[in-house]
Design a binder for this molecule. Structure first.
Ligand code: SF4
Ligand code: SF4
Ligand code: SF4
Ligand code: FES
Length: 405
């Protein structure tokens, strides 16, 4: 994993911008995300900070691997985004220096702003976060198998150990706030938020599988259904916008009962072998969200008949393993491949209980147009698409707590 630290302050960043700039945030979803600088959440955080300070953010773009020139070009030219990129005058890169150089070539007519210094190669550890083990020569640092931590590096190299100051982001633009109640508690949310986002902003947990913050909502798993006063039907929290004085209930006996049934159905459609499943490892792609939900809802067995039919596991890709038996058809990988990787290599095949995802309209991954960017791996909430490196590691992973690439 390439290790980068932030090297400019928020004030320095603002000094590089003009109030009449049309700004696009350009963020990588790979190494830099695990260094706490890239990814979707940091992009939203910086967007809020700059908006609150009167800057004109016209868009944000998440790229699976920002240093890949062909991918960056595809994002720039994509039908949905090309007007935004034409209009932009400034691009802020939440990428490593390679990603920055790629963005400079792709957007050679615009002001492209770098916010990091890339300092070498390292790992992501569960207890210490990212660490640097093989520093670049310019740092003057020795190779270190134990790894330099970010606070240590920030001090030695005069860099910043964290993303831009989160406290400043908390000061929201109150003009855009609305009032509503969630579970009979008075809350505020921003215009344009969905119920799910409003709940997250108010620290209210709503169960979900098909929702991921950086992807367009698809509302297919139905786990996030909630009640809204005045609506006859339950509404999906992930795809329903909030409005002034909305009265929302996300949790009661009826909703919880329905969620339990949905989870049991997901388990019944699925080969349940969590003890040996690679998604059981707290790897870089995170734990199994299905397993966590099953634990939260104290489900010990499913009342539905289990589908025992085994589909072949695809190990043809050099970087990932696809096990369709563990697919719950949430569609996150399909959307990630389209929206974050700009590839559109994944789609659903088959009908009914046999529905699952396939690469290249039903080819092996290595025979499809997969660019091995791992966006689908990061998006998958179960053990259906996992990174090859995490396979067959078992509990050793827990002992070493290290991700290495
Ligand atoms: S995908 Fe999740 S629920 Fe399914 S076997 Fe793996 S860990 Fe268990
Ligand atoms: S299928 Fe290939 S190109 Fe698409 S997101 Fe997955 S790794 Fe990237
Ligand atoms: S492979 Fe994973 S992300 Fe894709 S639809 Fe299946 S469970 Fe969802
Ligand atoms: S998370 Fe809303 S329907 Fe799946």
């Amino acid at each position: 994993m390439i290790i980068s630290l932030r090297d400019i302050s928020y004030e320095d960043l603002k000094n590089k911008l003009n109030k009449d700039d049309k700004i696009v945030l350009w963020s990588c979803n790979t190494c830099i995300k695990f260094c706490g600088i890239g990814g979707y959440d940091n992009m939203v955080l910086l967007e809020n900070m700059l908006r609150a300070d009167g800057y004109n953010i016209i868009g944000k773009e998440l790229i699976s691997i920002a240093c890949m020139y062909s991918l960056a070009e595809q994002h720039k030219k994509s039908i949905d985004k090309k007007n935004m990129f034409q209009e932009a005058t400034a691009i802020i890169c939440l990428t490593c220096e390679d990603g920055f150089e790629t963005a400079e070539s792709v957007f050679n007519d615009k002001k492209v702003i770098k916010v990091v210094k890339t300092i070498g190669v390292g790992n992501f550890t569960m207890d210490r976060g990212p660490i640097l083990t093989a520093p670049f020569e310019w740092t003057g640092l020795e190779q270190n198998n134990q790894g330099y931590s970010f606070p240590e590096l920030a001090e030695k190299l005069h860099l910043y150990p964290t993303f831009f100051d989160r406290k400043e982001a908390a000061e929201d633009n109150t003009d855009e706030n609305i009032s509503l109640t969630i579970n009979n508690k008075k809350c505020t949310a921003r215009i344009g938020m969905t119920i799910m986002q409003a709940c997250e902003a108010n620290s209210i947990k709503v169960p979900h599988l098909c929702y991921e913050a950086d992807l367009t909502p698809d509302a297919n798993c139905r786990l996030c259904l909630c009640k809204v006063k005045g609506e006859k039907e339950l509404v999906p929290s992930c795809a329903t916008p909030v409005r002034e004085n909305m009265e929302i209930i996300t949790q009661d006996d009826e909703l919880e009962h329905a969620r339990k049934i949905l989870l049991e159905l997901a388990l019944a459609s699925h080969e349940h072998n969590c003890l040996t499943c690679s998604k059981g490892n707290p790897c870089i792609a995170g734990n199994c969200e299905l397993q966590s939900l099953v634990r939260d809802y104290d489900i010990k067995e499913t009342r539905f008949q289990q589908n025992k039919e085994k589909l072949p596991v695809d190990t043809s890709s050099p970087v990932l393993v696809y096990d369709p038996n563990k697919c719950v058809s949430c569609g996150r990988c399909v959307r990630a491949c389209k929206e974050v990787a700009c590839q559109n290599n994944l789609s659903f095949v088959n009908r009914g209980s046999k529905t699952c995802v396939a690469a290249g309209a039903n080819k092996l991954f290595n025979q499809s147009a997969c660019v091995t960017c791992l966006a689908c791996v990061f998006a998958c909430p179960t053990g259906a698409i996992t990174e090859k490196i995490s396979h067959f590691e078992g509990d050793d992973w827990l002992e070493t707590n290290v991700y290495q690439s």
